[in-house]
Design a protein around this ligand. Sequence first.
Ligand SMILES: [Zn+2]
Ligand SMILES: [Zn+2]
Length: 344
Amino acid sequence: MNKMIQAIMTAPGNIVYQDVDIPEVQPEQIKVKMKRIGICGSDIHVNHGKHPYTNYPVVQGHEVSAEVAEVGNKVTNCRVGDKVTIQPQVVCGKCYPCTHGMYNDCETLKVMGFQTIGMASEYFVVDAKKALVLPKDMSWDHGAMIEPLAVAVHAVRRYSGDMHGKKAVVLGGGPIGNLVAQTAKALGAEVVLLSELSAYRLATAQKCGITTVNPNERNLLDAIVEACGKDRADVIFECIGINPTMKQAIEYARKGSHIIVVGVFGDLATVDMAAVQDHELSLLGSAMYREEDYIKAIDLVAAGKIEFETLITHRFGFREFKKGYDTIDQEKDKAMKVMINMEK
Ligand SMILES: [Zn+2]
Ligand SMILES: [Zn+2]
């Protein structure tokens, strides 16, 4: 059996490289050669031992681009040589969410790189139906950005797939907040205002064509009224997962506004539920994505509506995974998307 190198996190912050067998390709599977892996906030939690649903050892890697190297004899959706990205969800297909088109909410959801093996290896063997073919002219880097963009597309579509005439406020200018703002605009939003404290992330959002506010420098409510008019925002996206921004969302929402909860909360939020009731706010969670979100994400990128390049702040080789994490710890807000080149 052929061997390949795999990066294994044996304990928080400790990555070892091992020679492992390349699994055999089953009739409905493909083998892909990994090209790029993006590191996201959840990966960073795993690196710090702070991810509540991940045990060690773990093979990470869920934001990827890859080239199809081999296909099983029953595979019809892709061919050898195709550029693909892989949906990292492993679902049961039988529970209520799975049988009602909401497999991202599968009762026994496992995500590659967290509860099941991720893609940080030279090759990866996976069910072909998890692969989505990317346009030939899309770069490997951008292919690996489709996953976080799908998170953003899903979040915006939790409110509406057609944002024409809508006014949106995005709280948080990390990679997801930035991409939510870009997606809302791409889907037609009339106004998008992004609130963020980091000067670096504000500048990044501006480079991506997004209107911004720093609530430490300006009263946020005033800025919302100035951008959206006296009726404020139709929808507010909370993209950090902390109490202060959740409070802002509820306090500054118009009566009847929607609030989409995209951020991952590490702690309990204490929010004003009386305002949620009295102001008839719609509080909606958004978790990962489904295939249609990936397809929409690929379409938006192909249409030139998403700026990825500004978000990719650092690049490292496969053997430099740890350096990538160390850089994130050192650079903090200045590390937006760290990209691992699996061929270096
Ligand atoms: Zn991620
Ligand atoms: Zn299920």
